[in-house]
Design a protein around this ligand. Structure first.
Ligand code: FAD
Length: 499
């Protein structure tokens, strides 16, 4: 492995480390668990929560806890907040409802920035516009608006409906929602799946911890391969960072394949290395949210993760990625029927993949084979999610050009168009909502994961291949981790010598 590649990898790890979001998702999750649905903000978490929210819009209520009118207003505000906030939200991912207590001295500056003149005072705008933002009454043009007609829950919701052209009602029930044409409209919602990919990654990791599933050198190798793939090509920077950290520390976390899994057992345990950072999983899915509590969710997120990885790899990595995914499902997907069937399909691949395109299409057709089988099973057992019945994907409505011809019995695909469609759907389209802050040259700027991905791809294409080759010769867990561990150990050693 050349020095250049090692430096590029080091660059990735450092760049990834700079993107931490201090606890904002954790706050969202914790608040969501409480009775109040509106998220309590203060000077410390205001920017990070609003920066991180997947919601398109935010409402910020400035109030004072001593103000009787605010106390009376709270049930109205909460009625609306329950529609949009928390794991049981009826319309998740659209509006984040928050409040700031201006009577707290620590919040004075924040309330001043928004020229809060009375309580309660409500503002509306895209969450990012609130970040480091301000509002002045005399300024003509602002992305932040004062909600001038929100005195009751009804009026507030009407005001919101007018802004976003929706027709939400206070009595809307869970899942009686906008997913009616789900399998078709979900194409337009794929950007929300970026959060589900993080969620599924973290959930998969938690399952491995809970089952103490790294049990042999074989499962250990399989785990490492998958983590390598994630470190290089996960679409979320924080997951790439978490995966890289696990790789670097692997021989301390799992000496001779004996991992310690405890979450409170000191630094050298896998449990202390949350793969996508400590704020994920958040406890709910968005794009992969089922219309029943026991449908979709994790397994949907896992598919999206697999497709999103497949469109990000280079030709030279395609067979490595195939092996990493097959082994991962076989060893760590704790659904027996699923992994047995999937393993069967993996075993049918006799010639190593040479082209990334072939691998993308393999994941797609494999997924469709599962869909086809489940369509029959679910129809006979009545277990389908009524809003998300299995279909052969993509349907014509989403990609007419993908179809050369079709009849009741078979479909003749145009594989070029299918490939282009998948590349776009699981590439830029999936990334379009995902903005992260990166620090470059001390200056904070917003980058999309797509831009960032270019760096990741270039940085790690060769190391993965090289890692494999060198890993076989020298290290059980891959050259990257080996190199980094050696460096760390040398550093520790020299440190001891010089003290
Ligand atoms: P999913 O099938 O999970 O798909 C998620 C999303 O991917 C869809 O909403 C759609 O937008 C998109 N999509 C659908 N098809 C394709 C495609 N061909 N290519 C690209 N994108 C597509 N369940 C079982 O009951 N038995 C099994 O044997 C089984 N095997 C599984 C094997 C694996 C590896 C995985 C990850 C899951 C398996 N499952 C199995 C679960 C099952 O496939 C679904 O994930 C689950 O039923 C939830 O379905 P869903 O409606 O959310 O859509």
């Amino acid at each position: 492995m050349s020095l250049v590649h090692l430096l590029l990898f080091a660059g990735l790890v450092i760049a990834a480390s700079s993107s931490s979001s201090p606890g904002s998702r954790l706050i969202l999750r914790e608040i969501a668990d409480q009775k109040d649905k509106a998220v309590e903000l203060n000077t410390t978490n205001f920017d990070s929560v609003l920066k991180d929210t997947p919601a398109k819009y935010a409402v910020v209520e400035f109030f004072a806890h001593w103000c009787p009118a605010c106390r009376n207003y709270k049930p109205h505000y909460e009625k609306v907040a329950r529609l949009f906030n928390g794991p049981d939200a009826i319309h998740p991912g659209i509006v984040l409802m928050t409040r700031v207590d201006c009577a707290m001295k620590t919040n004075t500056k924040l309330c001043d920035k928004f020229s809060v003149s009375h309580y309660p005072m409500l503002f509306w705008g895209p969450p990012t516009k609130f970040v480091s933002g301000s509002w002045e009454p005399k300024k003509d043009k602002s992305d932040i608006l004062v909600i001038d007609d929100g005195r009751t829950a009804d009026r507030l919701l009407n005001w919101i409906n007018k802004q976003i052209g929706s027709s939400y009602g206070l009595d809307d029930q869970k899942f009686e929602n906008e997913h009616a044409l789900s399998n078709i409209t979900d194409y337009n919602q794929i950007s929300q799946a970026v959060y589900d990919v993080e969620e599924a990654t973290a959930e998969a990791f938690d399952i491995i911890l809970a089952h103490k599933a790294i049990k042999s050198s074989e499962t250990s190798a399989s785990f490492i391969r998958f983590i390598q793939l994630l470190a290089a090509h996960h679409l979320s920077r924080r997951c790439r960072k978490g995966a890289a950290e696990i790789l670097v520390n692997y021989d301390d976390l799992c000496p001779s394949g004996n991992c310690s899994y405890e979450k409170s057992g000191g630094n050298d345990t896998l449990g202390n290395f949350p793969i996508c950072g400590k704020d994920v999983p958040r406890g709910y899915y968005m794009f992969c949210r089922g219309s029943k509590n026991d449908t979709r969710g994790f397994s949907c997120g896992l598919w999206v993760l697999m497709h999103s990885l497949s469109v990000r790899i280079e030709d030279g990595e395609s067979h490595f990625a195939f092996t990493a995914i097959c082994d991962f499902v076989n060893n760590f997907f704790m659904c027996d029927e699923c992994r047995l069937h999937f393993n069967d399909m993996c075993l049918r691949v006799k010639t190593p993949f040479k082209k990334a395109r072939d691998f993308v299409l393999w994941v797609w057709s494999t997924h469709n084979k599962v869909n086809e089988r489940l369509m029959k099973d679910e129809a006979s057992l009545g277990t389908a999610d009524p809003k998300f019945p299995k279909i052969i994907w993509p349907p014509k409505e989403l990609c007419p050009l993908c179809y050369l011809s079709s009849n009741q019995k078979s479909i003749e695909w145009d594989h070029n168009h299918v490939y282009m469609f998948l590349k776009n759907n699981y590439g830029p389209k999936l990334n379009s909502l995902y903005k992260e802050k990166s620090v470059s040259g001390g200056k904070e700027e917003t980058v999309s994961a797509t831009e960032d991905l270019t760096v990741a791809t270039n940085a790690l294409v060769v190391p993965i291949g090289a890692a494999l080759a060198i890993a076989i010769a020298s290290c059980a867990f891959g050259a990257l981790a080996c190199y980094w561990r050696t460096q760390q150990k040398n550093r520790k050693y020299y440190f001891h010598l010089s003290t």
